[in-house]
Design a protein around this ligand. Structure first.
Ligand code: GCB
Length: 612
């Protein structure tokens, strides 16, 4: 049964979400990526503050709630006014870290650090004219960010992988602005993700920080995609924000399609449109056509590059532009292993996605949290289909309302950022979560939310598979969530956590749902350069054997529609402590942390090159 969320609860949740935002937090700007901006990236001073000296007084009361002008608070960025004043911190004398960038990979002493670090930067800014506003935009900060400009708190953001913005027009000065960010990556039971993950908890300001100048009335949001049921209809809306909302003329141009359309906004600043278009070069992995679009209003203008494609399921098939497609995928973390750090810029995205292409992929599963926007923009250009995911991973605090709201906020923010990207075809709401009543409610609510925000894409979650007591070789999905998702995705580790590689030959899969079946993970660990017979754990031969046997088994699954084995590169994980083999790395990569390809890489590459 599909869980229906009572309307009154929706209202309560919605109103409490709203009150948790400060005044200076406008709705998230769509397509900040293409807006002219002043980057604040660079070297920022930092103070490691495990006891949160800069945040709490000795009674453990937060300065910004009790005593916001206390110069002891680090966000005041104070300097002694005279030789007698006692100020026990000094950003100017403190060391620096690069922004964007995680802190763990920049300083040896911070490799394992989890806690609070304060960041500070100073900048000058030419005052905006009266008819413009200034947004301060963060690509992401892991995990909580409390942001202060010139001593005033702008707000707090929770969740390590999605963007947020503040309006700083009234606080920004011509000279010597002090921007201070308290970043805390302490793992929390009630967090999303929770305490336990199989990846490195990279802390810091991990993506771009920028100042975006926008007119007082500006294009805050827009959606421009094919109508879900008609691939000759481009459908969408433009949403303005600011002081002039009603009856504003919105002009939409797509030159290459000879489209030039004018519509007026309603009193809420919203204009909707539908454009019938007979000929469109549909976006696909074989031909990733992107159209240049421009939206003009009396005060504002944005440009974007948008591809048009349809994505549906029909029985066990996934249809891209009405044609059946097999997803030749690979899973990826947002990490550059050679640097032992988070990936962030355009070059990093290029490296990761080019490697996926070289393997023969048309699809990437971006695990286990939203990756940076360069990945998605580049996937659009390279013609890679994308699965995006939020970090609802393993054992979330299912009964905690704040945990749910946090997960929903992360989902909302990633959809808000990427809803116009042709490459993104699947929103995944969870990975390997245990079936129980409160989890089912939690995930069904997230699924409803995703469908409400974006009816045009497919919804999935990486589920778990089960055997039968009387026949362990017969496997299925026994999870009520299977009824809610569009794609029946699951992780399985036959040959690694589940028997030896030859077990795959005995397994029979049986599914009752008439939905596309997708294997979101399988794999095995191998240390690059370690060679032995195929039954020796950690050898490249063992990993190759697991891949060969699994691929044969997968071929026999009726209606299988794709796979994204685990994983392209070895990745950092504090759970992986086997000396001499793991040394802090999850070794399931097809490519080692030094960039060397293992034997199993070639097994999968050959399979993909032959697969139609
Ligand atoms: C899984 C998880 C993934 C782990 C992987 C492993 O099922 O989804 O995050 O890293 O197994 O290596 O055990």
């Amino acid at each position: 049964m599909i869980y229906r969320f009572p309307a009154v609860l929706f209202f309560l949740l919605f109103s409490c979400c709203l009150t948790s935002f400060a005044q200076s937090t406008p709705p998230l700007l769509h397509n900040a990526y293409n807006r002219p901006a002043r980057l604040l990236n660079g070297s920022w001073h930092y103070i490691v503050d495990p006891y949160q000296m800069g945040y709490y007084n000795y009674r453990y009361e937060a300065f910004d709630q009790k005593d916001a002008s206390n110069r002891e608070a680090y966000f005041m960025n104070a300097h002694p006014k005279n030789k007698s004043e006692r100020i026990e911190y000094n950003f100017d004398q403190s060391p620096t870290l690069s922004v964007p960038g995680d802190w763990n990979s920049q300083e040896d002493k911070l490799l394992y650090y989890e806690g609070t670090i304060w960041y500070q930067t100073s900048f000058d800014y030419v005052s905006p004219p009266n008819d413009r506003r200034v947004l301060l935009y963060f690509g992401s900060v892991n995990y909580t960010a409390e942001v202060y400009l010139n001593g005033t708190k702008l707000g707090k953001h929770t969740g390590g992988f999605t963007p947020f913005n503040f309006d700083v027009t009234d606080l920004i000065k011509e000279e010597k602005n002090a921007l201070v960010v308290k970043v805390d990556n302490t793992r929390l039971k009630e967090g999303v993700p929770t305490l336990n993950t199989d990846w490195w908890n990279y802390g810091g300001i991990t993506r771009d920080v920028k100042l975006i100048s926008i007119p007082n009335s500006y294009i805050q949001d827009y959606h421009l995609q094919l109508a879900p049921n008609n691939n000759q209809l481009i459908k969408g809306f433009v949403q303005l924000a600011g002081d002039q909302l009603n009856q504003q003329e919105v002009q939409l141009q797509i030159r290459e399609l000879d489209i030039e359309l004018k519509v007026k906004t309603d009193q809420n600043g919203r204009a909707e449109f539908e454009i019938f278009q007979e000929y469109i070069d549909y976006w696909s992995p074989a031909a990733p056509t992107l159209y240049s679009i421009q939206i003009n209003t009396p005060n504002d203008r944005v440009r974007d590059q948008i591809g048009f494609r349809s994505i549906h399921t029909e029985g066990r098939d996934i249809l891209l532009n009405g044609e059946k497609i097999f997803l030749k995928g690979i899973s990826l973390h947002e990490e550059i292993p050679q640097r032992m750090g988070r990936a962030y810029g355009r070059e990093d995205a290029q490296y990761l996605l080019e490697e996926a292409k070289a393997l023969g992929c048309n699809f990437v599963r971006l695990a286990h949290y939203p990756h940076n926007e360069n990945m998605i923009r580049l996937a659009d250009q390279l013609g890679l289909l994308v699965w995006e995911e939020i970090p609802v991973y393993w054992t979330i605090d299912w009964e905690n309302t704040d945990t749910y709201l946090n997960a929903e906020q992360q989902l909302t923010e990633v959809i808000q950022r990427d809803k116009n990207r042709a490459s993104v075809i699947i929103w995944s709401v969870a990975n390997e979560t245990p079936v129980n009543e409160s989890r089912n409610l939690f995930l069904n609510r997230l699924i409803s939310k995703a469908r409400q925000l974006d009816p045009g894409r497919l919804i999935s979650a990486a589920l778990e598979q089960q055997g039968f007591d009387d026949n362990p070789n017969l496997k299925t999905i026994r999870d009520p969530l299977a009824n809610s998702v569009d794609i029946l995705s699951f992780n399985q580790y036959i040959g690694w956590y589940d028997g030896l590689p030859d077990k795959a030959g005995r397994i029979i899969w049986r599914f009752t749902q008439e939905k596309p079946v997708f294997i979101s993970e399988f794999g095995a660990g191998a240390l690059h350069g370690f060679h032995a017979d195929p039954l020796t754990r950690w050898s490249e031969e063992y990993q190759g054997y697991v891949y060969r046997e699994n691929l044969k088994m997968i071929e026999k699954i009726p209606g299988i529609s794709g796979l994204s084995p685990w994983i392209l590169f070895d990745f950092r994980s504090p759970r992986r402590n086997l000396a001499g083999i793991q040394d802090g790395w999850n070794r399931k990569g097809l490519i080692s942390n030094e960039g060397e390809k293992k034997m199993a890489y070639f097994v999968l590459q050959e399979y993909y090159s032959e697969k139609r």
